[in-house]
Design a protein around this ligand. Structure first.
Ligand code: SF4
Length: 299
């Protein structure tokens, strides 16, 4: 067995051997690392446990980031859910909460699982763990889902660097959402075709998302973007489970994302030289923070 190259290859391997995509992935990893499949699954469980711990910590904390820009949105949602004035079902409430809980831990420098990156770390855990509670999916099913998510990220990364500085936020939060969509379809025991369609539908509709963080911090718009894209990921899974297909195959979507990333102006790839970072408010925040930090180093 070799490194899995593209989604077509993964799909064909899975269909030929009558296996699920996560099984192809874990067998491949086992062979490459010369470890039994059980060891691979144990390593995945370590990450799953770390995701659970980050959520548990995040749900309890209201500590703001060093910039003071973010850190208490999860608490605001919890307060609203206490009053039962939400527009959302309990399931969607949980997805939002878990996503804020995780990404807010990231900006507090807490331990998170970069999935695929730290700036997009809230999406996969929120979808897998909130939906697992709802679906009463046991730990083995959650591990299957997380392996599926990992495989999506791994194959995309064969062609497209998963970094806002290289291809914009489409390659961070966009890929995270595709990973989460695919994971959720696996958790619902969808077919391999549905899993890849979920990822494809999600990726396709996030294409072109720029990376323009205010003051160069992974906070604005990153924190709220994790929450929005968690819900978005569930939509991708829902469509695929209904049998809705992406007209453009997923491998071609990744090629198109790469092209879009290359065409994207460098000012919109994490340099904070355009977009939200250079709005009037974005620039004011940047100047104020620079002043604040300069003052603190002079004390
Ligand atoms: S906006 Fe940029 S820094 Fe923020 S999550 Fe997206 S890619 Fe990462």
């Amino acid at each position: 067995m070799t490194n899995l190259k593209d989604f077509r290859q993964v799909f064909e391997k899975a269909q030929e051997s009558n296996k699920k995509i996560y099984q192809i992935c874990e067998m491949n990893e086992a062979e490459l690392s010369e470890l039994p499949v059980e060891e691979i699954r144990k390593k995945v469980k370590v990450n799953l446990d770390a995701m659970k711990a980050a959520i548990a910590q995040g749900l309890k904390s209201q500590e703001k980031s060093m910039s003071g820009l973010c850190g208490d949105d999860c608490a605001k949602l919890l307060k609203m859910y206490d009053k039962q004035t939400s527009l959302f079902s309990k399931t969607y409430q949980k997805v939002l909460l878990y996503s804020f809980a995780t990404i807010e831990q990231n900006l507090r420098m807490g331990k998170i699982v970069a999935c695929p990156t730290a700036g997009s770390c809230g999406i996969v855990p929120a979808v897998i763990l909130a939906m697992a509670e709802d679906l009463e999916a046991n730990e083995e099913v959650q591990i299957n889902a997380l392996i599926t998510a990992g495989l999506i990220g791994q194959i995309v990364s064969n062609k497209l660097a998963l970094a806002g500085a290289v291809a914009g936020c489409q390659s961070e939060c966009g890929v995270a959402a595709a990973m989460a969509s695919a994971a959720l379809v696996e958790m619902k025991n969808g077919t391999n075709e549905q899993i890849l369609n979920a990822a494809a539908l999600t990726l396709k509709n996030i294409m072109g998302l720029v990376c323009d963080p205010v003051a160069g911090l992974v906070e604005v718009p990153c924190v709220k973007r994790n929450a929005f894209l968690s819900i978005y990921a569930v939509t991708g899974a829902e469509l695929a489970l209904a049998g809705i297909k992406s007209v453009i195959p997923i491998d071609e979507i990744v090629d198109a994302m790469k092209q879009v990333g290359e065409l994207m102006s460098p000012t919109l790839k994490e340099s904070s030289d355009a977009g939200l970072a250079t709005t009037k408010t974005g620039l004011e925040i940047t100047a104020n923070l620079a002043q604040k930090w300069q003052n603190s180093t002079q004390k």
